[in-house]
Design a protein around this ligand. Structure first.
Ligand code: GLN
Length: 217
């Protein structure tokens, strides 16, 4: 019986170290035994209990993932089978079914399509237009303390299917979604110094695996 959670961070491009660090913190804060590791190969992705798709550049991540022996198929199948996933910024774009950009229209990049959403990339402008905003995210708990959203060339969700819960909005634009075991954020919770979104993800991973005997410490 495997008594520890094994969480993977897709370790191809983007802020992978930051995600690893905050996920380890979230495990510790949640009193859950677990390891966080970078995953790059199909056989590694087969073994994990949950996956983080980090922020970065979605076209680069999916192109390199495709070169890496078609691991996108493995990721897509495992998510469809119920593996919990957190996609932040570029990671949320990868989870979408379609992506648009104001300059080129539909971007036609390789996407996983596990989330029933359509996104607009770079919806707030370029790197220089990066900003932080206080977000109200009720799923994070009753005390309703604001979450500092860090937006860097961030996408927004322009269409969300009926099965998608909207978990965060900024200026009336959708910046956080949840569909079953899949969470997507336009912002970078790994850069906010607040592990509550990652803790929520760990809770989902734990709930998913609980019947297999994961121990609380
Ligand atoms: N604009 C990037 C993309 O399209 C995402 C930016 C980010 O992850 N900070 O992939």
């Amino acid at each position: 019986m495997n008594s520890k959670l094994s969480v993977g961070v897709l370790g191809i491009q983007g802020d992978i170290e930051e995600n690893k660090t905050v996920t380890q913190e979230a495990l510790n804060h949640s009193n859950v035994k677990g390891d966080v590791k970078f995953v790059r190969y199909a056989e590694e992705i087969e073994k994990i209990d949950g996956l983080i798709l980090p922020g970065g550049e979605s076209t680069v991540i999916s192109t390199l993932a495709t070169i890496q022996g078609g691991i996108l198929h493995t990721i897509k199948r495992r998510i469809a089978e119920g593996m919990p996933v957190l996609g932040t910024c570029a990671g949320m774009i990868m989870l979408a079914k379609r992506a648009y950009d104001r300059v080129v229209g539909e971007t036609r990049q390789q996407l996983l399509s596990n989330l029933d959403i359509v996104v607009e990339r770079n919806a707030f402008g370029r790197q220089d237009d990066s900003f932080e905003a206080k977000l109200s995210i009720p799923i994070l708990g009753k005390n309703n303390e604001f979450f500092k959203g860090v937006f860097i060339r961030a996408p927004i969700v322009i269409e969300a299917g009926a099965a998608v819960d909207i978990i965060a909005k900024f200026n009336n634009r959708i910046v956080g979604v949840r569909q079953g075991n899949v969470i997507g954020t336009s912002f970078h919770p790994e850069l906010s110094g607040d592990d509550r979104i990652h803790r929520q993800f760990i809770k989902t991973v734990l709930d998913c695996k609980r019947h297999k005997g994961v121990q609380q410490i």
